[in-house]
Design a protein around this ligand. Sequence first.
Ligand SMILES: Cc1ncc(COP(=O)(O)O)c(C=O)c1O
Length: 475
Amino acid sequence: MALWDQWVEAALVKLASKNLLRSTRPISLTPAAALHFAADEVETFDGPRQWDRSSVEVEMDERAFREWLSELPDPGGESIAKDENVSRKLLLFSGNDYLGLSSHPAVRKAAAKAAQEHGMGPRGSALICGYSNYHMLLEASLAELKNKEDCLLCPTGFAANVAFMSALGSICSLLAVGGRPSKDQKIAIFSDAFNHASIIDGIRLVERQQEAEVFVYQHRDMEIWVPISRVFNFSAGPILVPNQTGTVSVVQAVYAASLFSMDGDFAPIGDLVELRKKHGFLLAIDDAHSTLVCGENGGGLLEVYGCESDVDICIGTLSKAVGCLGGFVACSNKWKQLIQSRGRSFIFSTSLPVPIVAASHASLVVARKEKWRRTAIWSRVDDFNALTRLNITSPIISLVIGSEKEALCASRHMLESGFHITAIRPPTVPPNSCRLRITLSAAHTSEDIKKLVAALSLCFVFPAADQNAQIASKL
Ligand SMILES: Cc1ncc(COP(=O)(O)O)c(C=O)c1O
């Protein structure tokens, strides 16, 4: 048995001995068989339909539009329409609904049907009364998608990261002599510098509990082991060595996003997996942005690499490509038991409403059947590359502009040109790397991308500037 699994098992035994093991008790809302049949009844389509556009075509009333503009510097002093009764049509390039599933008829229908039959479902945390057979079915579908033994639903992706982190930290306290880890009994957590705020906050929590030493490594830098091994005087080989008293010695965990939300680049997953094999650390991947977007079946980056069994914990969200709301941790059954017994943001928060759970489940079914959606989003990535020669590698485009003022001016220009795109500024990104974050969706068309590039080329210099000018003149 892998050493981390031994620690988790030992932590569970300790929890059981203290009567602190917790389990969910699902409330049956509909006969389970009816839920399973529902998957076959989900209506799917062989290509885009008019409803797909509602996830990228939005309207903003003139007052809200002007308020937004007034917050952005105005280099040209351009005049704005005065009629407050009109509304602005904007093409959305800033959402995370990568496959356009939020507006799919099957998703709408599932939410409406569940709401009509059950309202919001039992309201309470999952451990009290908020867990139903709907939640159970969604967990099983997510575990299958992620090729993991089990899955735990959380209120959001943010909560999922924090719940996992607090469970991880608790291993240290549970197994340390007297419940207080000493310096060499802490977990050494290595975290990518560009990790999401939810990972950072989760880490801060365990740091505060004095359960972890944290090392933030430079973005995607896999040379982390040399300086770190000096800190702890580790020799090569597995780090998890129980000491004579049977308590935890320093144990390692590495935490990274699969697809980074602000830069749109991928974690070096192959390297991480190799390092894990060599050093025996626990590997946790936040797959928020690549779930349903990457992989033949939408299983995310781990499916692309076929390395699901080499990653211990896969965290995800239902609020991006799934088009709904919620978070999850796909993991082993033992890890699930630990997180549901110790993960504070799971335990002390109300569980997802049943219509959201039903809609998420329908969305997974649609994503599995409508494979053209994944083809479409990657075609839009190709369209963007062909027009700009930027060589982006994912549907998240990060156009680094520079200063805050320059980025805001660019955002204003795009807004005035009819595009809903926001400038990303500190503290989300480092100073002077302010940018436009642009996200592509399967609901965009090639024509949308042409218009986008034409407008962008007036505030950003692409390598193929001449070509862009030609496009602009044709539109
Ligand atoms: C990488 C990453 N992880 C986690 C989250 C949190 O997900 P949620 O919006 O479901 O809380 C986000 C959301 O922005 C994210 O980008």
